[in-house]
Design a protein around this ligand. Structure first.
Ligand code: NDP
Length: 452
């Protein structure tokens, strides 16, 4: 029997993943989205098949799950659950954010840690893949409550992380306030000031540009995709979802590049401003979201001509560019159809897995420019990697230097996607390109280590 005969087809492989991870729909979806490109690739490269590399990457190295108790302002004892999923450290210490949200489950964190492994590989930096978090939701909690939760969470997590082991960062619900409390507790417990977390404020070891990096990087990646088609951002209309860190900085860079941003959203609905959201309006949203912790609906009360659409996503709005930056599975098949009916030129993912499998399939079939998250939003973790380098070298680099490093990193990731995803007709399947290029580096390292 030849080696390729051992390679299961996609459905057999996914049946195995499903039976080993019952009910973990997000994780199974993420593995399927990668496996559909990797299975044909390993058929042509039997050494990866023989090493069972995909099967091994789809099994986290370990998952730490723990109880987190804290006391609310009314002196009630609260009990939440915390996790750290350490997916794969073949090319560097585990690296990936922490998410605090009431819809966090082990399945969501496993999908994110799996995706992160490929994303971090694409950056070319020494970072493996991990992710963690809790079903604790900071929304509506006082600062003191958030502090007590973060301290309790870190009291368990600290024994599993460290600058050469595993370096968490922020994600949904974990911004600079939470990172501050987490880092403070890590430092208190270990007695060491070291780069065990990224996304820190600049006063205590954070990197310039880290806050902006994911959103800016998304737009740098989009710019590369467009330029390969002799197109540019200037004059294009853009629909952006979300109004958190990624959305606001993607919108900011789109505006700076001359695009007209029409929408922003949150979990209550979206606002549509036909006049465009300019930098002044965006600054108002930044204050609303980061300082006042307000809702996006307030935008329509502030600016004439803007409308708020309750419980809706913005994909029906006519646009050239769509940039989903909120959360997983926010762009479904109907949303994809609406965008395609309106002749969307490019869809680029700022959030992790924002497109459902069906939506992603529609974009790939239609042959539009479709930038998958693991490539397009890698700028954030890339600058986190640069924060780690600055911390260990006891240096801090200037904003301009980091911005040009980020630009180069995004160009490099784009180039890797083209190299592995270009078809004979010259069209690039960015999903396939990102999956194969991300896989190959991790796989080669794993082969070098033998069966471990
Ligand atoms: P934030 O917490 O800053 O913002 C999240 C935004 O998404 C908020 O506007 C939130 O609205 C909205 N949102 C959350 N859940 C839903 C929902 N179910 N429906 C509609 N909107 C929703 O997170 P980030 O901006 O940091 O992260 C956004 C995405 O980008 C995530 O997928 C994250 O994993 C990914 N990402 C983030 C990186 C980073 O550097 N921060 C790096 C790479 C990827 P509301 O206020 O109502 O909850």
């Amino acid at each position: 029997m030849t080696l390729s005969n051992h390679c299961p087809d996609l459905e057999t492989f996914i049946d195995g993943v499903r039976s080993r991870n019952p009910g973990q729909d997000e994780f199974i979806q993420a593995v399927r989205d990668v496996a559909q490109d990797i299975i044909p690739f390993v058929r042509d490269n039997p050494e990866y098949n023989e090493g069972e590399i995909l099967r091994r990457i789809a099994e986290p190295d370990r998952i730490v799950s723990f109880r987190v108790c804290w006391e609310d302002d009314d002196h009630n004892i609260r009990v939440e659950r915390g996790w750290r999923v350490q997916n794969n450290n073949a090319v560097g210490p585990y690296k990936g954010g922490l998410r605090f949200s009431d819809n966090v489950t082990e399945s969501v964190l496993k999908f994110l840690a799996f995706e992160q492994t490929f994303k971090n590989s694409l950056t070319g930096l020494p970072m493996g893949g991990g992710k963690g978090g809790s079903n604790f939701n900071p929304k509506g909690k006082s600062d003191r409550e958030v502090m007590r939760f973060c301290q309790s969470f870190m009291t368990e997590l600290y024994r599993h992380i460290g600058p050469d082991t595993d370096v968490p960062a922020g994600d949904i619900g974990v911004g600079s306030r939470e990172i501050g409390y987490l880092f403070g507790q890590y430092k208190r417990l270990t007695g060491r000031w070291e780069g065990a977390l990224t996304g820190k404020a600049s006063e205590y070891g954070g990197s310039e540009l880290r806050t902006e990096a994911t959103g800016y990087g998304v737009v740098y990646f989009l710019r590369e995709m467009l330029s390969r088609k002799d197109e540019e951002l200037d004059g294009k209309t853009a629909v952006v979802s979300g109004s958190g860190n990624v959305a606001l900085h993607a919108a900011e860079k789109l505006i700076a590049e001359g695009a007209k941003v029409l929408t922003l959203s949150d979990s209550d609905g979206f606002i549509h401003d036909p006049d465009g959201i300019d930098q002044d309006k965006l600054d108002w949203v930044k204050t609303l979201k980061t300082e006042k912790r307000g809702r996006i609906s307030e935008y329509a009360e502030e600016y004439n001509g803007a409308e708020f659409h309750q419980d809706k996503a913005p994909w029906q709005v006519d646009c050239d560019l769509a940039v989903p930056c909120a959360t997983q599975n926010e762009l479904d098949e109907d949303g994809a159809e609406a965008l395609l009916d309106n002749d969307v030129l490019a869809v680029v993912e700022g959030a992790n897995m924002p497109s459902t499998t069906e939506a992603a399939e529609r974009f790939r079939e239609a042959g539009i420019l479709f930038g998958p998250a693991k490539a397009a939003n890698a700028g954030g973790v890339a600058v986190s990697g640069l924060e780690m380098s600055q911390n260990s070298g006891r240096v801090s680099w200037e904003h301009e230097k980091l911005d040009s490093m980020l630009t180069e990193l995004m160009q490099d990731i784009h180039g890797k996607c083209v190299e592995s995803g270009e078809g004979e007709d010259g069209a690039v399947d960015y999903v396939r390109g990102a999956n194969i290029a991300g896989f190959r580096r991790v796989a080669d390292a794993m082969l070098a280590f033998g069966v471990v």
